[in-house]
Structures are given as C-alpha cells and as structure tokens.
Design a protein around this ligand. Structure first.
Ligand code: CA
Length: 225
C-alpha cells in the first residue's frame, strides 16, 4: 500500500478525475486543484506527500506554483508537460522537479511513478545509514564519515549535510535549507546558509565539490552514477 496525500493540480477535469480514481485505488488521498491559485491555497492549508503539477494552468502556471512550493518545501513534485515543452525540463530540474510525464501519458505509468517517489521519500526518512561515494552518514550515531574516518561537524553542519543527502540532485533554495536546518521560526539571514555551506564543503574535502551553487536560487548536491 502506498498511502499518503497528494495535491493534484490539473485544469482538465476529465483527466484530473481519472488520475484521482487511479490514485485512490492505491489508497492515496487526493486533493484536487483546477488552477494555480487554488493549488497555492490548498498548499498553504495542508501538508502533502507529493504534488502532481500541470504546466499549463489558468491563474498561475505550473512553474510559478512549483517555485512557490519550493520556497518552503522539498516535497516530491511531478510535472505534467505537453509535447514541445521538453526544453523547459532543464529549467525545471533547477527548480527541483523530481520527475516529468509528457502528455498524452498512461495514467498507470503516472501512478507507478508516484508510488516510486513516495517509496523513495519514505525510505530516505527511515533508512539509518546513507552512503554516497566515500561519504557515509550514520543517523543512529549522528556521525558522518569520509573514507571511513569521522568528520568533525557541528550539529548544524550535520543537519545541513543530511538535507543535501536526502535531496540528491535537487536544487534547494536557501529558504528551504534555512527552514530545514534552522527551523521555520528561525529569524535569520539567508547568508547564514552560505556561510555554513562553505564550511561544510571544506570539511567534506573532495566530496564538497559535489555541492553545486545554483545561481540565484541556492544549492544542489550532485550525485552521478
Ligand atoms: Ca493544462
């Protein structure tokens, strides 16, 4: 059973209802929005495990909604694009979109991708050891290792590393990082993030090069393989 609650944003009513029916068969709750404004209203009032977002929407388009969501969350996002919008994908990856489905698509395939993403994010939350290359983080021990040797990180640097490892290859805004490491109620400067990222990169040595600056947005922990 997949479980979870999804925000489904699609203005074509028939398609929306069809997707909803398929998802509900998997025991997934679906909240529907028919335009960008409604999507953001729902986003602000509830918590979701995943967002399915059409690009072409009335009111605000999918990119605007995506940007706004990424300001305060790294919830998995699947974009529904039309043929010919493929060039936009690069832009979308910078915004931290997790997956794309090009219309027309099979709803079964979309559901399969939803389930895979939900499973991945659950797994990442539950798993106790994360390994990326020569970098290892043991959550039970609250300790990071490089080449098997403990890295001396402050609690904030450790939390920051964890946010990067949980969100590999996703662009994270400074706001998201700040919220996730320092908490929503932290009243601070976004430059705090830059200072800590710089320090973390230094401590991670060669692995630190995998933290890439995303211009005008924030950072991305890049993992290739
Ligand atoms: Ca549409």
């Amino acid at each position: 059973m997949a479980g979870g609650t999804i925000l489904l944003v699609e203005d074509e009513k028939n398609l929306r209802k069809l997707i909803k029916t398929y998802l509900e068969r998997e025991m997934i709750n679906v909240m529907e929005a028919a335009d960008g404004r409604e999507a953001l209203e729902l986003w602000d009032t509830d918590k979701y495990d995943l967002v399915i977002l059409d690009v072409m929407l009335p009111e605000y388009d999918g990119w605007t909604v995506c940007k706004r969501i990424r300001r305060d969350s790294y919830v998995p996002i699947i974009m529904l694009t039309a043929r010919g919008e493929e060039e936009d994908k690069l832009f979308g990856f910078d915004l931290g979109v997790d997956d794309y489905v090009t219309k027309p698509f099979s709803v079964k395939e979309l559901v399969a991708r939803v389930k895979a993403l939900l499973k991945r994010s659950n797994h990442q939350l539950l798993t106790e050891v994360i390994e990326v290359g020569d970098l290892k983080i043991d959550k039970k021990m609250h300790q990071a290792f490089l080449d098997g040797k403990p890295i001396d990180l402050t609690p904030k640097e450790y939390d920051l590393l964890l946010v990067f490892l949980h969100n590999q290859n996703q662009a994270l805004t400074r706001e998201i990082i700040l919220d996730n490491v320092w908490g929503y109620d932290y009243y601070g400067d976004l430059r705090t993030v830059d200072t800590h990222v710089k320090r973390l990169m230094k401590k991670l040595k060669r692995m630190g090069k995998q933290i890439i600056t995303v211009r005008g947005l924030g950072y991305r922990f890049e993992v290739t393989n």
